[in-house]
Design a protein around this ligand. Structure first.
Ligand code: NAD
Length: 395
C-alpha cells in the first residue's frame, strides 16, 4: 500500500510499499543486504504488525537492457506516486544526451533538501583525534546556486551574448579576461532559502538539537550568500520567535571556509547546518571523511512540503570492486535508517544502529573500514549483512 500525504502528515500503512532502484555496479550487492537488514529489524521490533513490500523500479544499466532506456518514464512516475523510495548508486552514462537520474528526480520532484547526517561509530578509524565529537546534520539546498547548471561554454555564441549583455547593458567592468571567459549564473532566492532553512529548524526542534548554523560566503558574495544568511535569520525571527526566546532554538552563522576549519577543530559547536548547494557539497564530503568515508555516509533528497523523499547511498557505483562481494552496504543501510525515521517507524532504528555499533566495535566490517581498524576483520558484503541480521535477532 502507498504512503500518502494528508494535512501536512505522512499517512504510512502498516504494510507499506517502498519502491527501490537497485543501482549499477555494487548496487546489486548492497541493495539486497540493505533490504534484508531492514526487514529483520522491522520484523524483530514491530511484532509482525509492520512490513515493507519492496517493489523494484528500473534505472541505469538494468533498465537499459530491459527497456532500451536507462531512465524509463515508469520509474519517474513510480517515485512520484509512492512518495518515499530508496536507490542504489547509478553510473553517469558516458556520452551526452542522457539526463542523470539523480538530477532528473531532484528537478521533477523538486527535492529541495539534500539531507546528510554525519556521526561517528566507535571502532571506525578517523583522521581526527576526537571523532566522537562529530554529530551534525547537514541541510544542503538542492535546487539553486551556481550548481543549478546555468552556464555557457567559452567561445559559444551564448557566452558571447551573455558577455555583451554584462558589459554593454549592465556596464560590468570586472571581467578580467572577457574574450576567453565561460560564464555561470548563481540564482539564490528568498523562497528557496526559506524552505531549506525552515526544514533545518523544524528538524532541529523535533530532534532537540537547539543549534542551527547558517554556513555561507556572504562576506564576498553579499547578495546571494549574504542574502541567504539574512533571509535565514529573518525567517527564524518571524516564524520561530518563541523557540528563539525560550532558548530551544539558537541560530548562528559562520563563513564557509572558517566552518571547514572549525569542523575539524571544534566540531562539538555544530549540530544542524543549513547551507547553500555548493558549500553543502564540500561540507558533506569533508564531514563524511572525518567519520570514516563514503562507505558509511548516508543521504536523502527530500521535499518536506509534498512529502517526496528519495534515500540513497552517497557513494558511486564503485566499478573497481563491483561483483567481488567487497562493497560496504553501510551507507545504503544508514540511508534506509533515515527512511525508517522519516516514515515514523522509529522502533526499528535502534536495532540496526546497535548492531552496527557492535560490529564495528569488535573490528568486524567490510574491507574499506576493517583495514584501518585495530583488530580489523574484513568481511564480505553478504557476510557483514548476515552478521548485522544475527546481531539484530539475538539482541
Ligand atoms: P565511487 O564512489 O563509485 O568510488 C570511489 C572510491 O570509493 C572507489 O575506490 C570505490 O571502490 C570506493 N567505494 C565507493 N563505494 C564503496 C562502498 N560502498 N564500499 C567500499 N568502497 C566503496 O566514485 P567514482 O569511481 O568516482 O564513480 C563511479 C560511478 O559512480 C560514476 O559513473 C559516477 O558518476 C557514479 N556516481 C554515482 C553517484 C550516485 O548515484 N549517487 C554518486 C557518485 C558517483
Amino acid at each position: 500500500m502507498k504512503i500518502r500525504k494528508e494535512n501536512d502528515m505522512l499517512i504510512v500503512p502498516d504494510k507499506v510499499t517502498i519502491p527501490f532502484i537497485e543501482g549499477d555496479g555494487v548496487g546489486a550487492e548492497i541493495m539486497p543486504v540493505c533490504q534484508a537488514v531492514v526487514d529483520a529489524a522491522v520484523a524483530k521490533t514491530c511484532g509482525g504488525r509492520k512490513q515493507i513490500e519492496w517493489t523494484e523500479l528500473l534505472a541505469g544499466e538494468k533498465a537499459l537492457q530491459a527497456t532500451g532506456s536507462s531512465l524509463p518514464e515508469a520509474t519517474m512516475t513510480g517515485f512520484g506516486e509512492y512518495l518515499v523510495g530508496i536507490k542504489g548508486p547509478l553510473g553517469t552514462p558516458i556520452g551526452g544526451g542522457m539526463r542523470s537520474l539523480n538530477v532528473a528526480m531532484r528537478q521533477e520532484l523538486d527535492l529541495y533538501v539534500c539531507l546528510r547526517p554525519v556521526r561517528w561509530f566507535r571502532g571506525v578509524a578517523s583522521p581526527v583525534k576526537e571523532p566522537h565529537k562529530v554529530d551534525m546534520v547537514v541541510f544542503r539546498e538542492n535546487t539553486e546556486d551556481i550548481y543549478a547548471g546555468i552556464e555557457w561554454e567559452v567561445g559559444t555564441p551564448e557566452a558571447d551574448r551573455f558577455r555583451r549583455f554584462l558589459m554593454e547593458e549592465m556596464k560590468v567592468g570586472k571581467i578580467r579576461f572577457p574574450d576567453t571567459s565561460a560564464f555561470g549564473v548563481k540564482p539564490v532566492s528568498i523562497e528557496g532559502t526559506e524552505r531549506l532553512v525552515r526544514a533545518a529548524i523544524d528538524y532541529a526542534i523535533a530532534h532537540n538539537r537547539t543549534n542551527v548554523t547558517i554556513v555561507h560566503k556572504g562576506n564576498i558574495m553579499k547578495f546571494t550568500e549574504g542574502g541567504f544568511r539574512k533571509w535565514a535569520y529573518e525567517l527564524a525571527e518571524r516564524e520561530y520567535a518563541d523557540a528563539l526566546q525560550s532558548g530551544q532554538l539558537v541560530m548562528q552563522d559562520v563563513i564557509a571556509d572558517a566552518f571547514l576549519q572549525n569542523s575539524l577543530l571544534t566540531p562539538e559547536k555544530y549540530s544542524v547546518i543549513a547551507t547553500l548547494n555548493l558549500n553543502g557539497d564540500y561540507i558533506s564530503d569533508q564531514l563524511a571523511a572525518i567519520v570514516g568515508g563514503i562507505g558509511i555516509a548516508p543521504g536523502a533528497n527530500i521535499n518536506y512540503a509534498s512529502g517526496h523523499a528519495v534515500f540513497e547511498a552517497t557513494h558511486g557505483t564503485a566499478p573497481n570492486i563491483a561483483g567481488t562481494n567487497q562493497a560496504n552496504p553501510s551507507s545504503l543501510i544508514l540511508s534506509a535508517v533515515m527512511m525508517l525515521e522519516y516514515i515514523g517507524w522509529n522502533e526499528a532504528v535502534p536495532a540496526i544502529i546497535t548492531a552496527m555499533e557492535t560490529a564495528f566495535e569488535s573490528g568486524r566490517a567490510t574491507a574499506d573500514l576493517a583495514r584501518f581498524m585495530t583488530n580489523g576483520q574484513a568481511l564480505g558484503t553478504k557476510e557483514f549483512g548476515e552478521l548485522l541480521i544475527n546481531l539484530i535477532n539475538n539482541n
